[in-house]
Design a protein around this ligand. Structure first.
Ligand SMILES: [Zn+2]
Length: 345
């Protein structure tokens, strides 16, 4: 964002406070005051910037973008998922599904139902879309040991080879620990065999502005953590990537924030069912399209092979269908960052 646009925000304290997240507190990533605030459903700041002349164009004649992302929390179903998969498969008399969820270990770890990156890429390819997979490389977690990133070196390389993006899904405790972020980045880079530029913290844990400062120092170019765990919408009124303002230095940072708008779990926790969830999702896509903006969605990889979350997978496919219909550029966080960087937006 150029200095003129930034100054135009500074002149309006009410907009400035939304943009900088001042009202939010420093470590908020869940909203408890108002579980479904209407104001989150309006990209106030992006609209203001557009009125001030902010204009973005996209490649191949596309008119807005959907930034598609997947947090890979698990590559092996945890016990709770196994139990739920058993009951759901039993309920629907789907014994093939039950077998694939309960007995895959006999054939080997590569047959885990959550080792599904190729399946997700194949689905996206059908819609001419790409995405980012955020992988964990920590050994500290309050719930369980997730996985060893070294177990899937081949899969990581394959994802990048096919043109998709791999980023770091920082550990639960890492958002405020620069040493941990650095170690995890190096570990993932060793497994992947190349530099990692993108970040999202597990559970969307974040400290404003400290996490951005840590990430910048560790060499990250873009982050996609800035959203809420329990509601959907425009956390700081932005449906465009932006360089965050650091109140401690009085300057814009170099790192790009590609704000997160819809997380699968938050969407379905908030809504009564598929139709209601779709109404909200469609509204957010339409709003981003009207602003020629970028709407970021997070669908966990497990959602694509989860007998008890079939609706989640269906919703993702509906997003892809609608995105194609509306002429969206459906792509990874890396491509969005590169486009912004190249065009100086
Ligand atoms: Zn996570």
């Amino acid at each position: 964002m150029n200095p003129r646009l930034l100054n135009s925000l500074k002149k309006h304290p009410e907009l400035w406070d939304i943009f900088t997240g001042k009202k939010d507190g420093h470590t908020t990533y869940s909203r408890y005051d108002d579980p479904n605030p209407e104001s989150l459903m309006v990209p106030h700041i992006s609209k203001h910037l557009i009125n001030q002349g902010y204009k973005v164009s996209y490649p191949h004649g596309k008119t807005f973008a959907l930034c598609l992302t997947h947090d890979v929390d698990d590559i092996y179903p945890p016990l709770t998922h196994k139990a739920l998969a058993f009951f759901y498969s039993l309920g629907s008399l789907d014994f093939r599904q039950m077998k694939s969820h309960l007995f895959w270990e006999i054939k080997g770890t590569k047959f885990s139902p959550y080792m599904n990156f190729q399946q997700i890429m194949d689905l996206e390819r059908k819609y001419d879309a790409k995405s980012t997979f955020y992988f964990m490389a920590t050994d500290r977690d309050p719930v369980r040991l997730r996985y060893n990133i070294e177990d899937i070196k081949g899969e990581l390389k394959e994802i990048v080879k096919q043109g998709w993006d791999v980023g770091l899904h920082g550990g639960y405790y890492s958002y405020d620990d620069i040493g941990a972020i650095k170690r995890e980045k190096q570990r993932l880079e060793r497994a992947l065999g190349r530099e990692v530029l993108g970040y999202r913290n597990h559970y969307l844990r974040f400290k404003v502005p400290d996490t951005w400062v840590h990430l910048e120092k560790c060499g990250f170019k873009y982050d996609t953590t800035y959203g809420y765990t329990n509601v959907v919408g425009f956390r700081n009124g932005m449906c465009h990537p932006f360089k965050p303002f650091n109140p401690n230095t009085g300057k814009q940072m170099e790192i790009f924030e590609i704000p997160l708008h819809i997380m699968d779990g938050a969407l379905f926790d908030l809504t009564g069912g598929f139709n209601h969830a779709w109404q909200i999702t469609k509204k957010l896509i339409d709003l981003a399209a009207d602003c020629r903006g970028v709407l970021t969605v997070l669908w966990h990889n497990s959602a694509f092979n989860c007998p008890f979350r079939v609706k989640w997978r269906r919703m993702y496919e509906k997003i892809l269908e609608y995105g194609r219909e509306k002429n969206a550029w459906m792509t990874s966080s890396y491509e969005i960052w590169r486009w912004w960087q190249t065009n100086g937006y």
